[in-house]
Ligand binder design. Sequence first.
Ligand code: SF4
Length: 351
Amino acid sequence: MTTLVVNEESQFVRDHLNAKIEAVTSDNTNAEDKALLITEIKQLLQQEDAVMVAHYYTEPELQALAEETGGCVADSLEMARFGRDHPASTLVVLGVKFMGETAKILSPEKRVIMPTLEATCSLDLGCPVDEFSDFCDQHPDRTVVVYANTSAAVKARADWVVTSSIALQVVEYLKDKGEKIIWAPDKHLGNYVAKETGADMLLWNSACIVHDEFKAKALMDLKLVYPDAAILVHPESPQNVVDLADEVGSTSQLIAAAKNLPNKQLIVATDSAIFYKMQQAAPDKLLIEAPTAGNGATCKSCAHCPWMAMNSLTSLRDVLKFGNQEIFVDEAVRVEANKSLQRMLTFTPNK
Ligand code: SF4
């Protein structure tokens, strides 16, 4: 059984985008200034005993700099693990706010900074803790499983945190124990997990504004142009797009699929910034963006997350220099959120 819980997230998220995004995303730095910025950033990383922890959806120049300076480029789960295990005293998280919070939850003794704390996520915005907590209270018989793309407070209310790379195994495990589930916040990922596992899941009604824009009809048309291409889809996409996939998976799983599939052409339905690492993994393959609503439509993202795009060389230099965008998590919230995160980190599928 899957049931959607109606909320007002959609308009709220659009309002947030309209109010916050335009002013901060444009980085018109020229090549010469970029080279100077990169030199300054490298010096500041050393001076501050800091390491870059970047997500696959950030700008390629930031991913390249993270790699060059001994940092990591990864999905949100691996980012958190890397940050926890790295000896640096400062973690510079390039991504969106919930990733910085997760790093702080796992590494409370470290300073966690981000190029901008304005970079958030439509899934996080779409799941306010008070509303969600009330909803959980109405269904005390259900185990609460939340996606990593949530605030620290929502994680603290949950029994489990999962990422898209481990969601199927955790829900399968809970179903086998006879547990009924509340799932939040991504309705498409929840729907996919429910369909694959057959678990009894009550779904929160929120979506990723990037993946929600992928269109099945346009994807079928594109497949006619590239009949030999494999279709790779992130499960935050709508079900009718997932249904067309040759491979469904998390960011790391899609990169691995790009390498391992025999197809020389790949149509990819996730944030296009992933092409930087995907092309490294599959250098001889043609990567093609899956179609979204397109120019002139209501699409604000068009296959690239506007919040991820708020991370830039300039804002990275500024936070290293001024240290003014630091993540703090209330200690009581951190302790509770850490419990549900640790369940995921210590989970093995055959447990
Ligand atoms: Fe959130 Fe989607 Fe952006 Fe990822 S791509 S941070 S899920 S809005």
